[in-house]
Design a binder for this molecule. Structure first.
Ligand code: PGA
Length: 253
């Protein structure tokens, strides 16, 4: 079985250095013997050096929540990919719906993805519809997001990429509001087919597809078994070790 991947998207939930250090130390201790799951912590930018230090020598990786989409430096407040790489970051989330809602365009998402790839960071491309409609228009929406983010991308020969499907309507709620495994699986198949139309076939088959949106200890098991996903992007439940560990456990089995 391929290794599963679980990314903790801390957003702004963990605000204090001490809290971040404590979390990282506990996680490190509890997951020392685990082999079946790759764990990534994605804190806010200022906490990255603290987390990198706390995880030194462990298998847990560090992620960033976004990256500058621009090649040049004249963009106040943007964090360049090369700096993240230097700080020990391995993964970077791009196109999260909360950033798209603040005005991040498809073009910017594509820019962030390209910047991440150029710096040898692994981009975690988020796609997801705001609402589902019975006639299935959300599929066309997902396809547009994927195709625009991955335009001309196959030029990157050894492309390494993660795609996360996060239906916006399911984010930040509870397990009972999350998507059902059967619907996740259907969407994963659709995403895979779309990837195969824009990437070389072997590349498309290799891309891990994650689910995100109210993953909690209560639904992690059924989603990993029935959702056809390679893992999860976890928001609120990743900021508390008591809820994050059972999710990891479900993926490590
Ligand atoms: P949630 O967030 O797990 O709190 O729904 C997921 C995300 O936004 O990545």
């Amino acid at each position: 079985m391929k290794k599963r991947l679980v990314i903790a998207n801390w957003k702004g939930y963990i605000e204090r250095e001490e809290e971040a250090k404590k979390f990282a130390a506990q996680l490190r201790k509890k997951t020392r013997a685990w082999r079946g799951v790759e764990v990534v912590l994605a804190p806010t930018f200022p906490l990255i050096p603290i987390i990198t230090e706390a995880l030194k020598g462990s298998r847990i990786k560090v992620g960033a929540q976004t990256v500058s989409p621009f090649e040049d430096a004249q963009h106040t407040g943007e964090v360049p990919a090369a700096l993240l790489k230097d700080l020990g970051v391995s993964y970077v989330i791009v196109g999260h719906s909360e950033r798209r809602a603040m005005g991040e365009t498809d073009e910017m998402v594509r820019g962030s993805l390209m910047q991440a790839l150029s710096a040898k960071l692994l981009p975690v491309l988020c796609v997801g519809e705001r609402e589902r409609d019975p006639s299935g228009n959300h599929f066309a929406f997902l396809e547009r997001q994927l195709v625009s983010a991955l335009k001309n991308i196959s030029k990157h020969a050894s492309l390494k990429l993660v795609v996360t499907y996060e239906p916006v309507w399911a984010i930040g709620k509870t397990a009972s509001d999350a998507m059902r495994p059967g619907e996740v699986q259907e969407t994963v198949i659709f995403i895979r087919r779309t990837l195969a139309s824009v990437l070389p076939r072997t590349g498309a088959l290799r891309v891990p597809i994650l689910y995100g949106g109210s993953v909690e200890p209560e639904n992690a098991d059924i989603l990993i078994v029935g959702g056809g996903v390679s893992g999860f992007l976890v928001g609120h439940a990743s900021a508390d070790i008591e809820t994050f560990l059972p999710i990891l456990n479900a993926c490590a089995r």
